[in-house]
Design a binder for this molecule. Structure first.
Ligand code: COA
Length: 378
């Protein structure tokens, strides 16, 4: 590294910014663990609530701990009348990610402990956010269609309640299980862009709601969480399996990105894809519509053959959510409902051993010069 040519890692590629005990991303084996447990085993064998408990406490809950956690979460799902009024006032065509970002910001103004950044207060606020975010997502979605919000049902588990909030009914158990699996797979993923944003905000001493608002803003981007929506738009544009390969070739010809493929860390496959694909296939069977998964299979095979690029989690999650009956603009907000667990775990970890995150830049602008008087400016 010389003075004129510093070692700049554009996009912080390969930079290890801190230690973390929350999750381990292992690109060499295409695997991911949360607190030491393989994510695919958690998805198959545990509920999303158990995974949330694990991320926040470091261990899986026993039956009593899980019951207490579920009671706390399910008892705090309701929104205040003031927040419901704010949600009703959102422009009808507002993007749901902007709606949930604004709703969480409002929750920060309402929360009695916003300014208390101690760990116990942050944990209590995290629980309130976990409980209320689905209610706000569903209320904003329904308001955008001119529908009244549905009150949360505290007797329902987290995943079942989400369907109840959006549709007013809970589908068959296979559908709820597929959704619950997706929440676990989306819950946490190391120092991804939105989590790093949340940690950066936390490092200034700011509160949890601010960190989560920043995380949501980062997650909206199509290079991050927004990709699950982009995947479904792409599949809809292709329309039928017979057009998949030809459509892909036109993307290659234009050197355009193919959404749902590639990953900054995994270069040989995303550990979460096989599990999500299995459940997306189950959804295709339940619904009796194989078109999207067939198209996905052809696209994945062609991307691998021609570009050696593997799909990421958003690729099977997009059609899975569509087959579950969700409208496309809800896909990335669902990611928020899951990732609040990972964000909060990282906020707690960052605050417990904090140092302000403040990197340097290498200046490439104009050389130093004198400020000219107005009469000399062109
Ligand atoms: N479609 C087409 N080409 C892709 C691609 C994709 N989805 N992802 C990567 N590539 C190509 C790049 O163009 C680059 O080619 P080049 O070397 O000829 O320039 C090469 O693969 C290496 O990719 P790179 O841009 O270095 O990857 P990155 O680590 O900077 O970016 C992503 C990672 C995720 C941002 C990128 O793969 C992407 O934009 N994917 C689509 C969006 C998406 O699915 N995001 C969700 C991520 S979980």
């Amino acid at each position: 590294m010389s003075e004129t040519q510093p070692d700049i890692r554009k996009g912080l590629v390969g930079v290890i910014a801190d230690v973390s005990a929350v999750s381990k991303v292992m690109p060499e084996t295409n695997s991911l663990t949360y607190r030491g447990y393989p994510v695919q085993d958690l998805a198959e064998n545990c509920s999303f609530e158990e995974v949330a408990y694990l991320l926040w406490n470091g261990e899986l809950p026993n039956a009593t701990q899980l019951a207490d956690f579920q009671r706390e979460e399910s008892g705090q799902r309701a929104l205040t009348p003031a927040l419901l009024d704010v949600i009703r006032s959102f422009p009808r065509d507002a993007h749901p990610m902007d709606a949930i970002r604004t709703a969480v910001s409002f929750m920060g103004m309402e929360d009695p402990e916003t300014a208390d950044t101690s760990e116990p207060a942050t944990r209590r606020k995290a629980m309130r956010l976990l409980a209320k975010i689905p209610t706000a997502i569903a209320a904003a979605h329904r308001a955008s269609k001119g529908l009244e919000p549905i009150s949360p049902d505290p007797s329902l588990p987290f995943a079942d309640n989400f369907f109840h909030l959006v549709f007013g009914r809970v589908p068959q158990p296979e559908v709820v299980k597929a959704f619950d699996v997706s929440l676990t797979l989306y819950a946490e993923h190391g120092f991804n862009a939105s989590t790093f944003t949340a940690r950066t905000i936390t490092s200034t001493g700011a509160d949890l709601h601010g960190a989560v608002v920043g995380g949501i803003a980062a997650l909206k981007g199509p290079l991050h969480g927004g990709a699950n929506e982009a995947v479904m738009h792409m599949l809809s544009e292709i329309g039928e399996p017979g057009r998949a390969v030809e459509w892909l070739q036109s993307r290659f010809d234009h050197r355009a990105l193919v959404m749902g493929f590639g990953h900054r860390v995994y270069k040989n496959g995303d550990s979460r894809v096989p599990t999500m694909t299995k459940y997306a296939e189950k959804m295709a069977e339940v619904v009796g519509d194989r078109r999207w998964m067939e198209m996905s299979r052809l696209l994945a095979a062609e991307m691998l053959a021609k570009k050696n690029i593997h799909p990421n989690l958003d690729f099977p999650a997009g059609p899975a959510y569509h087959l579950m009956g969700f409208d496309i603009p809800l896909f990335t907000p669902i990611f928020v409902a899951a990732r609040i667990t990972g964000w909060a775990a990282h906020v707690i970890e960052q605050a417990a051993d904090n140092r302000l995150i403040r990197p340097l830049s290498h200046y490439t602008g104009a050389v130093q010069r004198a400020v000219p008087p107005m009469s000399k400016r062109t």
